[in-house]
Design a binder for this molecule. Structure first.
Ligand SMILES: NC(=O)c1ccc[n+]([C@@H]2O[C@H](COP(=O)([O-])OP(=O)(O)OC[C@H]3O[C@@H](n4cnc5c(N)ncnc54)[C@H](O)[C@@H]3O)[C@@H](O)[C@H]2O)c1
Length: 321
């Protein structure tokens, strides 16, 4: 099948595109190469894919340009991962979230309707659970009280996909990813920032005094879930893709220190606005619908990241990040 992967130069999109081409599907990537973080890292991810993918440097918020991609390619399915990501930055620049996440997703849905492309898998986020006290977080839990602008846009995407499903019969699976990590990861996320700072003998900022808990999910597990969703998408479902295990930030940091053989200098800081105390995925529904189960534990995942980071930072990152 021919799949459009939006955000295919991004962390998760790159892995999804790679897995699709490796199993014989055709991939059309749409990514504007936003400068939210290192464009060099995005280009290096694309280099790994080479000419096995068709790449369009297009902004999903630009309806006419996106329409050109639909016109030039007969698409079977859409995997919509392009987004302005990050909770903290959404307080600084809410317009970037409105534009890419809300308008961009509307453009995808409208063009799917117009070009009769029926199947959509899109990225939502564990952040929609906001301050949910009940754990683990179930897709049955109400998520009407976002505590960040990023989360509000992700909830908006779920609602819009549901409306297009009801109105026009689009099949849509929305996947709520829980803190994804692994090699080729994002420089704005904790694992990358901490590893880089520790290796450079710089202090790390530890919010909420390290008492956060996160359900860290390894990228290859996420990719397996995304591909299963692309294969099985029918009707409308919202599904959690999380590891189903909670890890405190303190433990996460100690795993990084162990792997690097070096202790971090820590700036203990209070909770940040928009941040949540805990994320923890209930994955029963995901198991039932997709037959999916995560496989990679935190120690193995961190080791894989650090091995990649050491290698990559010597060869490519240099001063680029
Ligand atoms: N990484 C995580 O922990 C996590 C957790 C929950 C949800 N998500 C969601 O998963 C998806 C992928 O996240 P990621 O971690 O790979 O992020 P990422 O930032 O690495 O990838 C997103 C990609 O989208 C592209 N993009 C941004 N704005 C665009 C626009 N207007 N038009 C076209 N392309 C644009 C960026 O250039 C980037 O390559 C996103 O929707 C994100 O919100 C990620």
């Amino acid at each position: 099948m021919r799949v459009m992967v939006t955000g295919g130069a991004g962390f998760i999109g790159f892995y999804v595109a790679k897995a699709l081409i490796e199993r014989g599907d055709e991939v059309v990537i749409v990514d504007c190469l936003s400068d939210y973080y290192s464009v060099a890292l995005k280009k290096n991810r694309l280099k790994q894919l080479g000419d096995r993918v068709k790449f369009y440097q297009v902004d999903v918020a630009d309806f006419d340009e996106l329409k050109r991609v639909f016109t030039e390619n007969k698409l079977d399915k859409i995997c919509h991962l392009a987004a302005q990501a990050g909770v903290r930055y959404s307080l600084e620049n809410p317009f970037a979230y409105e534009k890419t996440n809300n308008l961009g997703t509307l453009n995808i849905l409208e063009l799917m309707r117009e070009f009769n492309v029926k199947d959509l898998v899109f990225a939502s986020s564990s952040s929609v659970y906001g301050g949910n006290k009940k754990t683990p977080f179930s897709v049955e839990d109400p998520v009407d009280s976002p505590i960040s602008i990023y989360a509000a846009t992700k909830k908006h995407n779920e609602l819009m996909a549901h409306a297009y499903h009801k109105l026009y019969g689009l099949n849509c699976f929305g996947l709520r990813f829980f803190t994804v990590y692994g090699p080729w990861g994002r420089p704005d996320m904790a694992l990358f920032k901490f590893t880089k700072a520790i290796l450079e003998n710089k202090p790390i900022d530890v919010y909420n005094h390290g008492d956060h808990e996160r359900d860290f999910t390894y990228v290859t597990d996420i990719v397996e879930g995304v591909l299963l969703a692309l294969d099985k998408v029918t009707g409308f479902e919202i599904l959690n893709l999380g590891n189903n295990k909670c890890v405190t930030l303190k433990h996460f940091i100690s795993c990084i220190e162990t792997e690097l053989g070096k202790e971090a200098e820590k700036n203990m800081l209070p909770m940040q606005p928009g941040d949540v105390h805990k994320t923890f995925a209930d994955i029963e529904k995901t198991k039932e619908v997709l037959g999916w189960e995560p496989k990679v534990g935190i120690e193995e995942g961190i080791k894989n990241f650090i091995d990649w980071y050491k290698d990559y930072s010597e060869t490519a990152i240099g001063n680029e990040n």
